[in-house]
Design a protein around this ligand. Structure first.
Ligand SMILES: [Fe+2]
Length: 189
């Protein structure tokens, strides 16, 4: 059973993303939808969407399109849980439902965006996103970042909409200057 607010969000997000080829136009059109969705999160987020794991941040699938063109996850970050350094190979729109989500950016300095070695990353800025905040990214060039919650802050919960199933992404070893593709697990809805 899908709530009216979530159903409306999905249908509008599908229509708007389908109508736009450029990822920057996609996130421009989708960010306001995410802003509204956060306000209605209480109408569709259920206990299963708040599942957490003491071993690492927990990705709970909320919706996946039959054609895999869209996916929405509720991610639960316990204190001290972080992603690896990664990119997405897709546009994404993120909204914070609870707590403060922290994002630390990296900028790729080396010119060959397709290479898996000899990657020079520079550390970029930090963004702190409170309840109600929306952020987005596009893959041209790859948006490389670390996201999570420092150990001194309480749990955070965020909604993540992507332009594909986010079942794998590139992770980076900053010191070794390499990246590799890994599968990322989620809890089914
Ligand atoms: Fe990410």
């Amino acid at each position: 059973m899908i709530s009216p607010a979530l159903e409306r969000f999905i249908s509008q997000a599908a229509a708007r993303s389908r109508a736009r080829d450029e990822p920057a136009d996609c996130v421009l059109a989708l960010a306001p939808l995410m802003l509204d969705l956060i306000d209605r999160a209480g109408t569709f987020l259920e206990p299963r969407h708040y599942r957490s794991d003491p071993l690492g941040y927990s990705r709970n699938l909320v919706y996946d399109a039959p054609d895999e063109s869209l996916s929405l996850y509720s991610i639960v970050w316990l204190p001290g849980q972080w992603t690896p350094v990664h990119d997405h190979g897709s546009w994404g729109v993120v909204g914070v439902v609870e707590g403060v989500l922290e994002e630390r950016s990296y900028v790729r300095l080396s010119p060959d965006r397709g290479a898996d070695a000899d990657i020079d990353l520079a550390r970029g800025g930090t963004v702190l996103l409170r309840h109600g905040a929306v952020t987005s990214f596009v893959p041209n060039p790859d948006h490389i970042h670390v996201t999570g919650v420092p150990s001194e802050r309480p749990r955070a919960v965020s909604l993540h909409l992507y332009g594909r199933m986010m079942s794998d992404f590139n992770i980076y070893d900053v010191g070794a200057r390499t990246r590799r593709r890994i599968s990322v697990a989620h809890n089914e809805s």
